[in-house]
Design a protein around this ligand. Structure first.
Ligand code: NZQ
Ligand code: ZN
Length: 388
């Protein structure tokens, strides 16, 4: 049975090859001072930076730049952004990039004007914003996180090695997002593949819990089937527009929170993966790929019906003459074969994790309650060891 819920998603999306033109319309809704946030320079190489500057100038905007937002954005960088935003009376933060730049921009939008240290308040202590939030808009260049259409923001504190995500309220969601699949053609292969598994993981974490029939599960199965198909095409030919456009739209669907309404969710893979990144700065999607098989094999018997359904409806496993456990195992094996086929990282050691880190990674892992199987720390360590 579906639980009670409220659903609202205010992000306006502009999708397609010509979607950047819509930035002109969007800019009419905001004041003149634009904080342009971006990463390490890919947008300069691709020419997107010049196009955006031109659009901003044509619309008479004042541009304040905040560059160098790194993958797994840090608390120090957040403090820098807070200061710049406060000094410049910003009307809109325009994030050009992937999840890191958009997450970071949301963090700055909350931090600007607030008292105290933003890492401590909004991440470590999970306080809710109590000052006016600067609007954020985005031009997405890398697909996977769904940050373009949700209220999540993940920040890493390098001193404590903690990586924490805060899912804020609706007011922190981007006001608009521009999604041109062609902008993702230049994403490095490793990042593209990490993004593909990030999408899979987001769907799985909302699908692999609860045991009721509900509409979300059918949507999730469709999304996963489409993801498997599109990922195979994109890996063969990264400039396949059909595949890249499907990946882009899938990523937004996977984490705009629609498919989690009214049902249980289990975000343990993300909790472990985040702690791995806190320790190693490893690429988000690859941390999830490295731990997922061990995690799902670990919890399989606690949700056998669900795993059986996953095997049959997503991976076309033939159930005839097999026990439920055999079917479930075959489904997970099919997922692992697909992971190998598209070339995902399968071991934590390949991400720089060493045995002496496992204790600390387990300590930095937030244990979720209300899932089919609530883990304890020794189990987290066991999963980490199996993932090495
Ligand atoms: O910095 P630049 O030079 O732009 O290079 C980036 C970066 O190195 C590059 N890139 C992006 N678009 C490109 C491109 N290179 C060439 N051409 C393009 N078009 O890709 C690299 C990775 O970018 P990043 O933004 O870090 O990747 P992603 O989108 O995977 O974001 C990861 C971050 O999002 C968080 C993760 O934890 C991680 O910190 N997440 C956010 C979530 C949310 N808001 O809901 C949920 C996710 O589960 C995730 O935790
Ligand atoms: Zn993710």
């Amino acid at each position: 049975m579906l639980g009670d819920f409220t659903y609202s998603n205010p992000t306006r999306l502009h999708f397609g090859k010509n979607s950047l033109e819509k930035l002109n319309d969007e800019l009419q809704n905001f004041g003149d001072n634009i904080l342009l946030t971006y990463g390490g320079g890919s947008i300069k190489k691709t020419g997107l930076y010049d196009q955006i500057i031109q659009i901003l100038e044509d619309n008479g905007k004042n541009i304040i730049e905040l560059s160098g937002v790194m993958p797994n954005p840090t608390s120090d960088k957040l403090r820098e952004g807070k200061k710049i935003a406060e000094e410049n009376d910003i009307d809109l933060i325009l994030a050009i990039g992937g999840g890191s730049v958009i997450d970071y921009s949301k963090a700055v939008s909350v931090a600007a004007g607030s008292e105290g240290d933003p890492w401590e308040r909004f991440y470590l202590n999970m306080e809710e914003p109590d000052t006016e939030i600067i609007p954020v808009g985005s031009v997405l260049t890398m697909v996977g996180t769904g940050s373009e259409m949700n209220a999540g923001s993940v920040i890493t504190d390098t001193d404590s090695k903690l990586k924490i995500g805060h899912v804020y309220g609706e007011e922190v969601m981007p006001k608009f997002a521009i999604l041109n699949p062609e902008l993702t053609f230049t994403v490095p292969e490793y990042q593209m593949k990490a993004g593909i598994f990030d999408i899979m993981s987001h769907i799985l974490e909302q699908y692999m819990s609860g045991d009721d029939e509900n509409v979300s599960d059918y949507i999730s199965e469709g999304l996963m089937r489409s993801l498997i198909q599109a990922s195979r095409e994109a890996v063969k030919n990264p400039e396949n527009y059909e595949a890249r456009s499907n990946l882009m739209w899938l990523a937004s669907w996977a984490l705009n929170t629609l498919i989690s309404r009214g049902k249980a969710t289990d975000w343990m893979v993300h909790m472990i993966g985040q702690s791995v990144s806190g320790f190693t700065d490893a690429t988000h999607g690859m941390t999830l790929a490295a731990v997922s098989p061990a995690y799902y094999n670990h919890i399989m018997e606690n949700g056998l019906d669900r795993f059986k359904r996953f095997a049959i409806n997503v991976w076309d496993v033939n159930p005839e003459g097999k026990t439920d456990k055999e079917i479930a195992k075959e489904g997970l094996k099919a997922m692992e074969d697909w992971m190998d086929e598209i070339g995902l990282v399968r071991n934590l050691s390949d991400l720089g994790v060493t045995e002496d880190m496992l204790e600390g990674i387990a300590d930095g892992t937030f244990i979720m309650e209300g899932v089919d199987k609530v883990l304890d720390k020794p189990e987290v360590i066991e999963i980490l060891k199996e993932s090495m």
